[in-house]
Design a protein around this ligand. Structure first.
Ligand code: ADE
Length: 418
């Protein structure tokens, strides 16, 4: 079996950590049990480009249980958990091509390696794999029945491809399922981003000024959790509607030029580039700590910072301190790559449970329905989203009411009014 990982000897540690994650993933475990019996993915080759974490390990096991031949590369050079990569190779026989800290060339080589297996389905977190297929590996297109996409940034890219008529197969936008973004993007990003910032710096959030850039689902989660830790949260936005939501959620909303002067912590979660630029960094206080939890490392202009800095040193693991000409020290975590995976372990398993249940069911849906789908971006069918919510509630031991016949009739009628 071909693979490229850091160290096979890390497998036993990875196995324990995956077992721990699995315990908080009851929905995916239920799907895995059914997959084991029914083998809905039998004979299907799946190449995934996802963050190589313990939760992703449980997903890979689920796909294999369903009969798939699955392999994986990393969707970010810094997010791989090397022990998990080792256990997938050693104990699960799943080819992994991912090493934490790999450079850009290795990152793309790893992507090429999974594509060499001629997948029928690709799974992306950021749309890099689909982009590689559509630009460099067009010969693979006839084998591909469809793809799935995990994250907001990837869905935006894929919609742009569909608009430009270059998408060559259907894609299921897992991100857009309610059981994905309501929970993963909000509670997952909220908790794991703070986790990353705290593990990297061990700084106190209480009483600090914490600037959140972007008030989408991820920004909402992050702002609410930072507030819960006692920070004074400031939000920056470019879109009037989320800005208004932030105001009514009780946050101060100001332009970045204002926030830059008062923030102690800055975290970008916009999905856009150049959110924190030199004009902002030059206004920041000594000791300001900057990080990004958006998908790509484009939100902070590190390139310009690198050019203007007087001195740079790694003061803690994955924490760079930049000393500016005027003596101010600006701190950047994880090189501007997503902080929740670079310096923590990503979202907790309990939310990834639903995200990856969507991935597993989306793969099954593609096997059954791809022939009826066009070269477009599709939502996860509502029935699958509802099923995942139902299973999650069940696993939490939460019962809910059902509609009475009278209520059903009322909801489907228009005659009853004032
Ligand atoms: N994205 C965010 N958190 C993640 C995790 N724990 N595993 C895989 N992908 C993630």
């Amino acid at each position: 079996m071909d693979f490229d990982i850091k160290d096979k000897d890390l497998a036993s540690k990875g196995a324990l950590r995956m077992e721990w994650a699995e315990r908080s993933m009851p929905v995916l475990n239920t799907i895995r049990e059914r997959f084991e019996r029914e083998k809905p993915l039998k004979g299907i080759r799946i190449s995934a480009c996802l963050h190589v974490t313990t939760e992703t390990g449980v997903l890979m096991k689920t796909l294999v249980a369903g009969g798939a031949e699955a392999n994986i590369c990393a969707s970010n050079p810094l997010s791989t958990q090397d022990d998990l990569a080792a256990t997938l190779v050693v104990n699960e026989n799943i080819p992994v091509f991912a090493i934490k800290g790999e450079n850009r060339e290795t990152y793309y080589n790893h992507m090429r390696s999974v594509l060499d297996t001629k997948p029928n389905i690709t799974m992306d977190d950021g749309a890099d794999l689909v982009t590689e297929v559509l630009t460099e590996r067009k010969e693979l297109i006839p084998n591909i029945i469809g793809s799935t996409e995990e994250t907001t940034t990837g869905v935006i890219r894929l919609r742009a491809m569909a608009k430009d008529n270059i998408l060559q197969f259907p894609v299921i936008a897992v991100n857009d399922a309610n059981t994905k973004h309501f929970f993963d993007n909000r509670y997952g990003t909220g908790q794991s981003t703070l986790d990353g910032i705290i593990r990297a710096t061990n700084r106190l959030l209480a009483g600090s000024v914490f600037v959140v850039s972007g008030y989408g689902w991820c920004g909402k989660g992050l702002a609410s959790r930072a507030k819960g830790m006692g920070a004074n949260v400031i939000v920056t936005e470019v879109d009037p509607l989320p800005a208004l939501e932030a105001v009514m959620d009780g946050f101060r909303v100001v332009p970045m030029s204002v926030a830059a002067k008062i923030g102690n912590f800055f975290c970008t979660v916009t999905g856009n580039k150049g959110v924190i630029r030199m004009e902002h960094i030059n206004a920041m206080k000594d000791g300001a700590i900057i990080s990004n939890s958006g998908h790509f490392d484009v939100e902070i202009d590190i390139e310009s910072l690198e050019k203007e800095v007087k001195n740079k040193r790694e003061i803690r693991d994955l924490v760079d301190e930049y000393t500016m000409g005027d003596g101010r020290r600006i701190v950047v975590i994880g090189g501007g790559r997503l902080v929740n995976l670079a310096t923590a372990e990503g979202h907790p398993s309990a939310v990834m449970d639903m995200s990856f249940a969507n991935q597993a069911l989306a793969a099954e849906h593609l096997v059954n329905e791809a022939k009826n789908l066009e070269k477009k971006v599709y939502p996860v069918p509502q029935s699958l989203d509802d099923e995942i919510a139902r299973l999650k509630l069940q696993s939490l031991g939460v019962d809910i009411d059902s509609l009475t016949a009278e209520q059903e009739e009322y909801l489907s009628s228009w005659q009853f009014g004032t």
